[in-house]
Design a protein around this ligand. Structure first.
Ligand SMILES: [Zn+2]
Length: 260
C-alpha cells in the first residue's frame, strides 16, 4: 500500500487500483479529534466516543477525500452477508440499512465502512466501472461474503470475476486472532475439510487466519487480482484500531471509495 499524508491525516491506497479510475483511502487513526481510547481519527458513532468528535472527524475525512459529506452511502454493519447497492447517497433522515457489503456504479456516491480487526475487502471492477467495500469478520468469512459479493455484482452489473481487483485492508492476522472451539466447529460444519488449513492450533489455543480464508474464498470465486499488504491491526495500535487487542474499548477506522 502507498502512504499519503494530508492535513495531519495519514491514509493508504492499494497500489493495484488505478488512481485515474477510482478514488479510495484507508484512513489510519492518526490526525483526528477524538481522545483517550478513541485517539484520534475515530469514525465509529456507536462505540462510546464523544459525538462531536466523531462528527468533526467525518467532516475532516470528506474534506481531505475531496467529496461532499452528502455523497456518502453507508450501512449498519451486522456481521451477515447481505450486499446492498448504493444507487444514490443515503438521505440524512433515512436510517442505516443492515448489510455488510456495499457497491455502486455511480460516481456521485461515496461508499464508506468502518473497521477494527474485521477484514475490509475493497473491490474495483475497472471494466464495468463498479466499486465496493465488504466487511468480513469471522462470521462474514464463515458465510463466504466475498463470494456472495462477486455473485451479487455479476448479477447486478455484469461484472466478470476475472476482471475484479480486490484489496484486503488492515485487519487482525492469524497469529493474533485467538478463537474458541465453538468457532472452529462452525467452520468445520460449513467448510468441511477446507477449514482446518486456516485454523492453527498453538499451545495456548486456536487461532483463525482470516486473511488466508478470505483469499481462498475470493480465488474460488474467480477474482483476477488480490492485493494483501498483510497489515495487522492488533500489532500496530499506533496506526489502527483493534477491537480484540484493545478489549472492545476502541474506535473504528474508515475505508472510503468512489468512482472518478
Ligand atoms: Zn497480528
Amino acid at each position: 500500500m502507498k502512504e499519503i499524508q494530508n492535513e495531519g491525516l495519514v491514509y493508504y491506497q492499494f497500489t493495484s487500483f488505478d488512481p485515474n479510475a477510482v478514488d479510495h483511502a484507508i484512513f489510519s487513526r492518526v490526525g483526528g479529534s477524538s481522545v483517550e481510547v478513541y485517539t484520534s481519527f475515530n469514525l465509529g458513532g456507536t462505540c462510546g466516543d464523544n459525538p462531536a468528535a466523531v462528527i468533526a472527524n467525518h467532516e475532516k475525512l470528506f474534506k481531505v477525500f475531496g467529496r461532499s459529506f452528502s455523497s456518502r452511502f453507508d450501512v449498519w454493519q451486522v456481521h451477515g452477508k447481505t450486499i446492498l447497492f448504493g444507487d444514490e447517497p443515503r438521505p440524512p433522515d433515512k436510517k442505516h440499512a443492515p448489510a455488510d457489503g456495499i457497491f455502486t456504479d455511480k460516481p456521485e456516491v461515496t461508499l464508506i465502512m468502518r473497521f477494527a480487526d474485521c477484514v475490509p475487502l475493497v473491490f474495483h471492477d475497472p471494466v464495468q466501472r463498479v466499486v465496493g467495500i465488504v466487511h468480513a469478520g469471522w462470521q462474514g468469512t464463515l458465510l463466504k461474503i466475498g463470494e456472495e459479493a462477486v455473485s451479487a455484482i455479476q448479477k447486478r452489473y455484469g461484472s466478470r470475476a476475472a476482471d475484479l481487483h480486490v484489496g484486503l485492508g488492515p485487519s487482525i492476522c492469524g497469529k493474533c486472532y485467538q478463537i474458541g472451539e465453538d468457532v472452529r466447529q462452525q467452520f468445520l460444519k460449513a467448510w468441511g475439510s477446507e477449514a482446518d488449513q486456516f485454523i492453527l492450533r498453538e499451545p495456548d489455543g486456536l487461532y483463525l487466519d482470516l486473511w488466508g480464508a478470505n483469499e481462498m474464498v475470493l480465488r474460488q470465486a474467480g477474482v483476477g487480482q488480490i492485493e494483501n499488504p498483510r497489515i495487522c491491526t492488533a500489532e500496530n495500535l499506533d496506526a489502527w484500531y483493534s477491537y480484540r487487542k484493545e478489549k472492545g474499548a476502541t474506535g473504528r477506522f474508515a475505508v472510503v471509495i468512489a468512482l472518478k
